[in-house]
Design a binder for this molecule. Sequence first.
Ligand code: F6P
Length: 640
Amino acid sequence: MASASLISDTEPWKDLKEHVNEINKTHLRDLLNDVERSQSMMVENDGIILDYSRQRARLDTIDKLFKLAEAAQLRQKIDRMYNGEHINSTENRSVLHIALRAPRDKIFYSDGKNVVPDVWNVLDKIKDFSERVRNGSWVGATGKALKDVVAIGIGGSFLGPLFVHTALQTDPEAAECAKGRQLQFLANVDPVDVARNIKGLNPETTLVVVVSKTFTTAETMLNARTMREWISSALGPQAVAKHMVAVSTNLVLVEKFGIDPANAFAFWDWVGGRYSVCSAVGVLPLSLQYGFPTVEKFLNGASNIDTHFHSTPFEKNLPVLLGLLSVWNATFLGYPARAILPYSQSLEKFAPHIQQVSMESNGKGVSIDGIPLPFETGEIDFGEPGTNGQHSFYQLIHQILFPDCLLRFCLGDLLLPSLTFPAHQISRLISDQIEEFAVYFQIASYMGSTIPLPVLWWFSYKVSEILVVATFGRVIPCDFIGAIRSQQPVYLKGEVVSNHDELMSNFFAQPDALAYGKTPEQLLLENVAAHLIPHKTFSGNRPSLSLLLPSLNAYNIGQLLAIYEHRIAVEGFIWGINSFDQWGVELGKVLASQVRKQLHVSRTKGEPVQGFNVSTTTLLTKYLEAEPGIPFDTTVLPKV
Ligand code: F6P
């Protein structure tokens, strides 16, 4: 059992807290000058390189993080996960998504039973079924081959499969296997999503896969009933047996829905929804699209990282290092967000997937024992493929100021286009928490009431540097993810570089731009006009890490997925929270069900809105008055 004390009570935690002051005196410009440090912060596994030298950390920071890992019993917690113990204590479940990609001869126990044979029974069934659909021996109700698949599901029953599908779509080997086939995802209960999905689809050639762990999720079940109606209204109710299959842990509800249990693909309660892409949730739709052998490569990639995570010393362990650095950034340095920036369009759905894995797992306010946490946990994850993000939100990542007014004062007001500056104004900048600042202030004071401009520049540069390194807040640590080889190489004769090299130039440049920044002194040397210097200054010292993969084939995509899954688990293990439950999503569902009941009685019986606060009552009443709704005695499907 986990102990009821908090990790923040331990000595390594307190030591790291104090260590923050040390790190606040450093700048990445200087840290990166230490060649030995930078070399030690590069780790390689199976061709994947992690470079974390642009983290705001020294080598002793990493040692202290390892001590924290020891205090948090990280090794033991990983072992408990791999041993199938019920580490998801609030739901009394094992956490064994690692078993989903284990080789046949591997053993993973849950409740005393080796689950790997069950996993392979389902995988074999998927292989067989997907081959029959793909080779045309399983056909639709009118005898036509089923070449289009619509996977209905939401959250973990959608985001992971969508990410992998998007990543495989442009991999030449996978794309070859998918020729003539189409895979789409219906997640949102918005009828517009139904309309988009069925646009251009023929029910005769469409197979619908209903994916829901619980088979009770309101959005998924309404979408499933809608698609069932779409099929049966076109082909008759008997067609459902040929055109609808299911993936769920709840085979009773699958049968009740009208899907033959023989066409249901099971998974288990020891697989969390957001960790389920390697179960039938992802493997079935992806195998229908790309064939099982391709998907097996993806599973093998994830399995490679599972072994690495379990058996590699922490110093070389990618998920452990990433997880510890995330804790360092989020909790100790106080950076609330994390940008996931893949330099590959094929990974465009990676950040949305990781958003769920990370934020649903680690967005917790209490410890695993229910104690309110006195520190920050999960990050706000967001991201876009580079270089698109560069032309969108990178401005903020590069230049947003931390102690807003102070720094603006230093770099703006101080750099007046006059040659002198009244020293007394500098006193307004004093912060007695920042020792060094006082020194610079004293220097300024000794110089009398005016300061020559060059000294002022030097001064403001120093001040900005101190303030930048000493403050918390709106710094966004970035994950740069790139691949050595493009899935789709392009080179135009006469161009300086290939298209992939062009993309990757940005991958290599951005981390240094963030780390080094650009000083007013450098700008002066470039003859930048004084009034533009504040605008063109980059404080730098903004942390990032780089993950360089050999390529983005099915195997590498599996590796990338597992690295992030385990990284997020490591963070949760250190914080001492339960990363595998998601009680925070329940309240909204309950309230939505109250609203749903109200809409029903108001629409069908004209009953007034009641039982809500004045705000919701007013909005609901306006909503109902403005749109009488669709008559309840007829079925209406999208007309696109
Ligand atoms: O959003 C809450 C959640 O329970 C997720 O954890 C899960 O991935 C999603 O809903 C879908 O649930 P199900 O697969 O049971 O339909």
